[in-house]
Write a protein that binds this ligand. Structure first.
Ligand SMILES: Cc1cc2nc3c(=O)[nH]c(=O)nc-3n(C[C@H](O)[C@H](O)[C@H](O)COP(=O)(O)O)c2cc1C
Ligand code: SF4
Length: 662
């Protein structure tokens, strides 16, 4: 047993299976299924799960399997057995256990083919254009049977168990819901009736596979609707299931309206689901309780186990970001854990677009077979590499290259590391972003990379000459980042802002870096609709400034909706009294007078401002690339300097790739 986290590394039995510790990964849609023909579980998923087992996780929930609805993987298709057999054996080889989630469609997987206990209204924005259809008795029986058939296939595959999806709007949770299920027959009405579907499913699974595999469930803990299923209802459901299933994990958030609570962004503190799970712990005597909800810190997980609030702890995104978290925690190497920063851009954000997931801080995700633990080989020839730029790309490149044995030195023009990341971390509630910079700095330091701060490399011949004499590099990597577009050029008018040279006009970066002091009246013209404008607006609004965001789009921060932000970000914006005006752009600026116009109507107005902040994108800072080409055998351009406006995830991937190839 580990001397560091006694409870976390104490084994536990879940029905027929024994877990080596208390850390588990809840099921999550990886979108890796398409790596094999016919959308069957393939190699990418198997390596992904095995990597987490290798890193020490006890229980790994693979891609959810759908019984009905429009998702690709079908839990009742016997062809899944081949892929899952391979996955199970790879996970078992690493000492882990694995299960899959069985999810029956419900309305959240498409009303076009979706069914529900009761007709449920359409939700056009989420591509659910039709009202769902009420299930008939025969259809309910077919659903129940499908769970039994799927459980048999799970057993045949050698997987260790199933997690029944009873939250997030899956069919089981729709039956449980007092606001979704208005049936008048034996499947609706009283809690006993609303539980009937779930109980039939459990009964059928046990009938088909007995106690041979573990059976757990994800339970809706709070529907967040008036009159909906609440924590006290969840406790009642749990009490009735005690001893009939092996574990229960409860959380909140209905799809599609409340996804912001299913995997929460950085604005929410860990432990937000404890108000739901703690009552379950007191009613469950035999069934184990799992807790889920942004547990990224093994110390917190340990405290929950030690205080008896949980039996197992889900650390799902924590292990997407660093599959080796359990082993590192067990060995007391906490500072080496690559932190999940809760941005949700590359995991949830890709999944929701139907793309294979990745991770903003961990570009290895989905590439485990080729890039996973143990695949980094020493470089064939050891090189002296000069990296210009100490942002995320420069540091990640330095880390990977140094790990392969190259001698790396980084020149950073400012006095601190991280490039644009420290500014991203200044946006209210987003401080956590700096954790990845701290991690990178620690890593490169321990690998012997020298980072020289306050060393600006320019195109000046004398500077370049000095560098060559001082460092004698055989390769130069340009990671000089990008700079904001100052002219207001953007794709909605394909024009600069007339009058962008006026002194009242600036960029968000000017304000964050202190070059411009914001006055009382600030207009932010935002064509990106990501986080820059809402973040700055909230910051200034909280300081009593009169802030208005104008955007050619329907709202500011639209993209953040893909990252589960709105339920957390918009209240912040409103409470900072920020005004947002959609479909509007800047016609001209003269002195302090800004003329605004509606893109779809001839309305025009004039505003007197202290600042007009233009947020319209970034341009590559790549001029050094041309300077060094021809001077050294190898010159490379990476990250924002190559991509321009790259997100941290793009920059780290670009850097890691070159670090492996050079
Ligand atoms: C990319 C992604 C996809 C997910 N897909 C599912 C899913 O299909 N079914 C499910 O029950 N939960 C899903 N979840 C929710 C996770 O299982 C988990 O409850 C959530 O991430 C909160 O745990 P964490 O904060 O430890 O990551 C998903 C989460 C992520 C990040
Ligand atoms: S993409 Fe972001 S939220 Fe998702 S696992 Fe990676 S760091 Fe965490």
């Amino acid at each position: 047993m580990s001397e560091y986290f006694k409870h976390l590394f104490t084994p536990i039995e879940l029905g027929p299976i024994r877990l080596r510790n208390r850390i588990y990964v809840t099921p999550h849609a990886t979108m890796f299924a398409s790596d094999a023909r016919d959308n069957l579980p393939g190699e990418t998923l198997a390596y992904y799960c095995a990597e987490r087992a290798k890193g020490g996780a006890a229980l790994i929930g693979g891609h959810p399997m759908i019984l009905t609805g429009r998702w690709p993987l079908r839990a009742t298709d016997p062809r899944i057995v081949v892929g899952y057999r391979k996955l199970a054996s790879m996970v078992h080889e690493q000492g882990g256990r694995c299960f899959i989630e069985l999810a029956s469609g419900g309305t959240n997987v498409g009303n076009d083919r979706g069914v529900s206990p009761f007709p449920w209204p359409s939700h056009p924005i989420h591509a659910l254009p039709f009202t769902s259809r009420e299930l008939s008795e025969e259809e309910i029986e077919a659903q129940v049977e499908a769970y039994g058939v799927a459980a048999k296939l799970v057993r045949e595959s050698g997987l260790d168990g199933v997690d029944l999806h009873g939250t997030h709007g899956a069919l089981i949770s729709e039956f449980l819901s007092p606001v979704m299920n208005h049936r008048k027959d034996r499947w609706g009405g009283s809690l006993e009736n609303r539980m009937r579907f779930l109980e039939e499913v459990i009964r059928r699974i046990r009938e088909y596979v007995g106690e041979e595999i573990a059976v757990g469930m994800r339970l809706m803990g709070d529907e967040r609707f008036d009159g909906g299923h609440r924590p006290e209802d969840a406790a009642q459901v749990a009490r009735r299931l005690d001893g009939r299933i092996d574990w229960i994990t409860a959380d909140q958030g209905y799809s599609p309206q409340q996804e912001d609570w299913q995997a929460v962004p950085m604005y929410v503190e860990s432990g937000y689901n404890l108000r739901i799970t703690t009552p379950l712990k007191s009613v469950l005597k035999r069934t184990k309780v799992g807790v889920v909800g942004k547990y990224v810190d093994p110390t917190f997980a340990e405290s929950l186990l030690a205080s008896g609030q949980a039996d197992i702890v889900a650390m799902t995104r924590a292990l997407i970001a660093d599959p080796e978290l359990p082993n590192k925690a067990m060995q007391g190497r906490l500072s080496e854990i690559r932190p999940c920063i809760g941005v949700l851009q590359d995991c949830w954000g890709r999944m929701i677009r139907g793309l294979p997931i990745s991770c903003t801080v961990n570009p290895i995700v989905s590439r485990e077979k080729d890039w996973g633990v143990g695949t980094l080989h020493p470089a064939a020839a050891r090189k002296k590499i000069l990296v210009i730029g100490g942002g995320p790309a420069g540091l990640e490149f330095a880390r990977v290259a140094a790990e392969r044995g190259h001698k790396v030195v980084v020149y950073e023009k400012t006095r601190k590391p991280g490039g644009q990341a420290p500014i991203a971390a200044m946006l209210p509630g987003r401080e956590n972003i700096s954790a990845i910079v701290r991690w990178l700095v620690d890593q490169v330091r321990s690998l012997g990379v020298e980072v020289k701060y306050g060393m600006e490399v320019t195109e000046d011949e004398a500077v370049v000459q000095f560098l060559f004499e001082e460092e004698k590099p055989s390769a130069v990597v340009i990671a000089t980042g990008s700079s904001p577009i100052r002219t207001g050029f953007q794709p909605y008018t394909m024009n600069e802002v007339d009058g962008w040279e006026e002194p009242v006009v600036c960029t968000d970066q000017d304000i964050w870096e202190g070059r411009v002091q914001a006055g009382e009246r600030v207009i932010i013209a935002d064509s990106l609709s990501f986080i820059e404008a809402p973040g700055l607006a909230e910051h200034l609004g909280r300081r009593g400034k009169n802030v208005e965001v104008v955007t050619p789009l329907a709202y500011t921060g639209l993209e953040t909706n893909l990252y589960n932000h709105w339920d957390h970000l918009l209240p912040r914006l409103f409470s900072a009294r920020v005004k947002v005006t959609p479909f509007t752009w800047v016609r001209r600026v003269r002195g302090k007078t800004v003329t605004l116009y509606n893109l779809y109507h001839d309305s025009v107005r004039q505003e007197e401002v202290d600042n007009l902040v233009l947020i319209t994108g970034r341009r590559q800072e790549d001029s050094l690339y041309g300077v060094f080409r021809g001077m050294v055998p190898e010159v490379h351009l990476i990250g924002d300097a190559r991509i321009g406006g790259a997100r941290i995830g793009n920059a780290l991937y670009d850097a890691a790739k070159l670090g492996r190839e050079i």
